[in-house]
Design a protein around this ligand. Structure first.
Ligand SMILES: NC(=O)C1=CN([C@@H]2O[C@H](COP(=O)(O)OP(=O)(O)OC[C@H]3O[C@@H](n4cnc5c(N)ncnc54)[C@H](OP(=O)(O)O)[C@@H]3O)[C@@H](O)[C@H]2O)C=CC1
Ligand SMILES: O=C(O)C1=N[C@H](C(=O)O)C[C@H](O)C1
Length: 250
């Protein structure tokens, strides 16, 4: 007999991730899908959910998550675009609802979490590093949240190790061919039909290269992480960034 003890609603339920999450919640033995919400829907009492999973668009996520917190409902957030400013606003709201947990995870795939961890560990040993993220062409944001987070972790590890800027003699780049810089780390975004979500972190030192690559070939890769978030978020009050904090990897 199944015990559908965790009531879950999904915001962004008509989207690529939201619809996959609805199916995963339906199938899991311990979760019950009680609400599907998408753009224009009144979120109201969120269908009586204990936990909301939010996969919408960067411009809408803060408003949606704030509504959930104000309803006293825990939230697992996969939407990208969380700047420090947005996180500060959310933390203030959550501070007034002390029992509520919010997990914001740039990537729920276990391999992507390990890739970020390994890249952070490798960072201090290499003079050069660049991040290349590759995604489907329907993605609206660049760089990916995963790439921004990876670059941030690498940049902090380099600073802690006393490494300076990555070497780069470029003085002429009128079209931005050298990509963007995040926390000092060059990041390049590829958009290609046929791809799902992929990333390479390229490290270089005199005479050697290290490449760390992760591929999500199907959105199924994100579902075990999303369900882990759903199961654990109530036990982590406050705002947590990164699923690694629920996995003993932080
Ligand atoms: N953390 C992770 O592991 C992963 C994160 N993502 C991130 O999740 C987000 C969604 O990705 P994806 O599912 O591919 O995108 P989609 O565009 O397929 O889905 C987003 C859905 O949200 C809807 N939406 C738009 N505005 C609102 C709103 N105000 N309230 C509620 N719903 C709204 C969209 O409707 P409409 O199309 O009509 O605008 C759409 O149905 C992105 O930020 C992406 O980067 C993606 C994969 C994994
Ligand atoms: O939009 C996507 O597809 C993905 N978005 C997330 C990101 O921006 O990092 C996670 C994953 O890369 C898929």
């Amino acid at each position: 007999m199944s015990d559908k003890s965790i009531k879950v609603a999904v915001i962004g339920a008509a989207g690529r991730m939201g619809s996959t999450v609805c199916d995963a919640v339906d199938l899991a033995p311990d979760t019950e899908l009680v609400g599907r919400f998408d753009v224009g829907d009144d979120l109201g009492d969120l269908g009586g959910a204990d936990v909301v999973v939010e996969f919408s668009v960067p411009d809408a996520s803060l408003t949606n998550v704030t509504h959930c917190v104000e309803q006293g409902v825990h939230v697992v957030v996969g939407t990208t675009g969380w700047t420090e400013d947005k996180l500060d606003k959310l933390r203030k709201t959550v501070a007034a609802h002390k029992d509520v947990g919010v997990l914001i995870a740039p990537n729920f795939a276990i391999g992507a979490i390990l890739m970020m961890r390994f890249a952070e560990q490798a960072a201090r040993f290499y003079e050069s590093v660049e991040v290349v993220e590759l995604h489907h062409p329907n993605k609206v944001d660049a760089p990916s949240g995963t790439a921004a987070r990876t670059a941030d972790l690498i940049g902090e590890a380099r600073k802690a190790a006393g490494l300076g800027q990555v070497p780069d003699a470029t003085t002429q780049d009128p079209e931005g061919a050298r990509g963007g810089r995040f926390n000092g780390i060059p990041v390049h975004s590829v958009r290609l039909r046929g791809l799902v979500a992929h990333q390479e972190v390229l490290f270089g030192a005199e005479g050697e290269l290290l490449t760390i690559r992760h591929d999500s070939l199907d959105r199924a890769s994100f579902m075990p992480g999303v369900l882990t978030g759903v199961r654990q978020v109530a036990g982590h009050p406050g705002v947590t960034v990164g699923l690694e904090n629920y996995l003993g990897l932080s």
